[in-house]
Design a protein around this ligand. Sequence first.
Ligand code: MG
Length: 383
Amino acid sequence: MKKISILGSTGSIGTQALEVIKQHPDQFKVIALSAHRNIRLLIEQIKEFHPDTVCISDTALSEDIKNNLGKMCNDVLYGREGLLELAGRDNVDILLNGLVGSAGMEPTINAVTSGIDVALSNKESLVLAGGVITQLQKKNNVNIFPVDSEHSAIWQCLKGEKPEQVKRLILTGSGGPFRNRPTDTFSSVTVEEALRHPNWNMGSKITIDSATMMNKGLEVIEASWLFEIQVKNIDIVIHPQSIIHSMVEFSDGSVKAQLGYPDMKIPIQYSLTYPDHAAVSWEQFDLAAIGQLTFEQPNFQKFPCIKLAYHAMEAGGSYPVVLNVANDMAVDAFLRNSISFTEIPQLIEKAMEAHSSVGEPDVDEIKELMSWTYHFMNSKLKG
Ligand code: MG
């Protein structure tokens, strides 16, 4: 039986992971759950999955819930410190990191430092600290199992293949809700429109990232670290049906693809059951019913965030850190109606240009860069 802890258990990835676990009660034991502030749902999850430990990371709620949760679970942790402690505990086989944004980085580092395999949904961990994490991973002999559907696809396509025979990775992207929307109307995009993703049901941060296509850019960086391949050998193709989740081209021109319905439960499950494909009762895949798969070039002019992400990874060092934190904050500001949709890439570009670059930053330097970007963005968002 695999022992699992889930960070972000009340979020989109966390709740779907628990649905997967529920399908295989003989295979998994939930050891720990963490939520930010959705106590009501966390309580339901405690009743159903009986974790040994729970953590509420929003300190503002600590006092309110101490008594409540304390009655249901012996071991209750609080705040950011609690979350970081939980992430570093080595009493589990896999830690699923389903946290959103930059906040997910340190928990990933703590798990990898403790020698725990990580099912990684938080792509920002690798965007911010790919160098640090992959070094620790090798040193501590730790696996990172991708949860992101594109990376799960590539991981499956690479099974049994020789790394030196891989020519390029081809990441597919749906193109998001604005693929066919004229660029000159982008400044009037509303939050509601941006939150309406055509294919995938996801949390709000990643859904906005899909609308700007920054998500695809972050995924290029994530793939570069996960599969040790330069970004110049990672291409993007727009595939509106989201049936092919990504592809690998080999040196002889042969291309492998992984297909399936766009349902995050499939890659989540594989990250937990690897190397096995466990039987499930989900809808059977039907290509004839899908009918048609289409492809087109990504439009870098229309979606400048993709270009920014490639540029950040090519420049390396501190650039992806600034890109990622600036994006987190710009998306948050857009969701609060403080900035327009087109200001998201503009602000990110400004932050990247304004920072003093650092090559191969260590954890402390990454944290300094994160806080610099936070202050820079705050001054722009207020001004
Ligand atoms: Mg993805």
